[in-house]
Design a protein around this ligand. Structure first.
Ligand code: PMP
Length: 439
């Protein structure tokens, strides 16, 4: 038996030995359609020759140079490419090794920014109940998912969690989507006034919520109003696009579709597309300059910041997304996927909602479509569905969780951008069989 520390202590997963396009292959030769790109990671699919070649070339030239001493060409090129396409005033890129490092850095940067501006009283973060921002203590504190937080209570930072923007559950029948969006955003202003705006450093949110809510897109106007409230009270807006960024929703950055730009933005997953561990935090010139003119030092660092081989991979991935027309393809294949999901599950007695943007789609499962009553969490439907899908040769990302006694189970789909029509059919067929076998 291997000495590997598996997160799922009682279930040894199969051993993956290969990847080809939209498929992963285990050591028995079984092929799995990667319907969730792992966890929205493998946007280019498996075995992309250009990305592999870029990493190989970089490794041959220079594998590592510590950022305490050097910068490197791939890190500079990646930063420039991201800023060329980034929304708003984003101007600087801090390269890290993954999503949690990016969100942790974002929280610390927001805090240091206010300290350096002479407002050390701004220590509070406001985030949302149904969100996930990573697993390190700061990032976990920002997230509002009880299942992930429950064991770590006394260590977590004090963060206000407001209600999410969640039309399917919270929009009233007498409200339009826009009216609901405005009401949902009002929760931020209410909380700011409750705690005192000058005690708050930032508001943090995922534009399209991933792991904890199954591709939950905001109501129209929600983020515009959020941006206005942040500006009115002078707090920073941190957007976590670790899952929904890098073309996944049909624009390079998800927030572009909401017509806003943040002060700090986090990306990861699709940035390395699984070829290298990499994430990034982008911030405005104003934030960067405040530190530059103050202490001159961001008090935060990891050994593998700006890793040259990871940066080379990131640059090759972003170039592929932009140069191969993959954003347009995400929209096209995303539309086809949602049509297939609606055709197959639109009237299903246990499918309450089909949602998302681009190739980032979610299905919410309910015990009763009329009352929207969730399944009993004790059924652990998510785990059972994951297993049934796996038996069918499909990787999807089902989650179970209860928020305010309302939310139930959902399935997240985030296939590679290269997915073909026949593979969309295969995905929906396999998912259908897995749902039938489970419920
Ligand atoms: N933020 C979001 C929105 C995520 O979905 C995730 C990962 N699921 C993270 C942060 C953390 O990223 P990582 O697992 O790379 O640390």
């Amino acid at each position: 038996m291997s000495h590997i520390f598996s997160r799922h202590c009682h279930a040894t997963p199969p051993r993956a030995v290969g990847g080809e396009g939209c498929y992963l292959i285990d050591d028995s030769g079984k092929r799995y359609l990667d319907g969730s790109g792992g966890a929205a990671v493998s946007c280019l699919g498996h075995g992309d020759a250009d990305v592999t070649a870029a990493i190989e070339a970089q490794l041959e030239q220079l594998a590592f140079a510590h950022t305490g001493f050097f910068t490197s060409e791939p890190a500079e090129k990646l930063a420039d490419l991201l800023i060329e396409h980034a929304p708003g005033d984003l101007d600087r890129v801090y390269l890290v090794s993954g999503g949690s490092e990016a969100t942790e850095a974002a929280i610390k940067l927001a805090r240091q920014y206010w300290v350096e501006k002479g407002e050390p009283g701004r220590g509070r973060l406001i985030a949302r109940k149904q969100s996930y921002h990573g697993n390190t203590i700061g990032a976990l504190s920002a997230g509002g998912n009880e299942w992930r937080r429950q064991q770590f209570g006394p260590l977590l930072l004090d963060v206000s969690h407001i209600d999410p923007c969640y039309e399917y559950r919270y929009r009233r029948d007498d409200e339009s989507a826009e009216e609901y969006g405005a009401r949902a955003a009002q929760a931020l202003e209410d909380e700011l006034l409750r705690v005192g705006p000058d005690t708050v450093m930032a508001f943090m949110a995922e534009p399209v919520v991933g792991a904890t809510a199954g591709a939950l897109a905001p109501a129209p106007g929600y983020f515009k109003r959020i941006r206005e409230i942040c500006d009115k009270y002078g707090i920073l807006l941190i957007l976590d696009e670790v899952m929904c960024g890098m073309g996944r929703t049909g624009s390079l950055f998800a927030c572009e579709q909401d017509g806003i730009a943040p002060d700090i933005l986090c990306i990861a997953k699709g940035l390395g597309a699984g070829y290298q561990p990499i994430g990034a935090m982008l911030c405005t010139a104003e934030i960067y300059q405040t530190l530059a003119d103050g202490s001159g030092f961001f008090q935060h660092g990891h050994t593998y910041l700006g890793h040259p081989a990871a940066a080379a991979a990131g640059h090759a991935v972003v170039s592929a997304i932009l140069n191969r027309g993959l954003i347009a393809r995400v929209k096209e294949q995303g539309d086809k996927l949602v049509t297939r999901l609606e055709d197959r599950f639109g009237q299903h007695p246990h499918v309450g909602d089909i949602r998302g943007r681009g190739l980032f789609r979610g299905i919410e499962l309910v015990a009763d479509r009329d009352t929207k009553a969730p399944f009993d969490p004790a059924r652990k439907l998510g785990a059972a569905l994951k297993k049934a899908a796996f038996n069918e040769g499909l990787i999807c990302y089902p989650m179970s969780g209860t928020i305010d006694g309302k939310t139930g189970d959902h399935i997240l789909l985030a296939p590679p951008f290269i997915i073909e029509d026949a593979q969309l059919d295969e995905l929906v067929d396999k998912l259908d069989r897995a749902i039938t076998a489970t419920i």
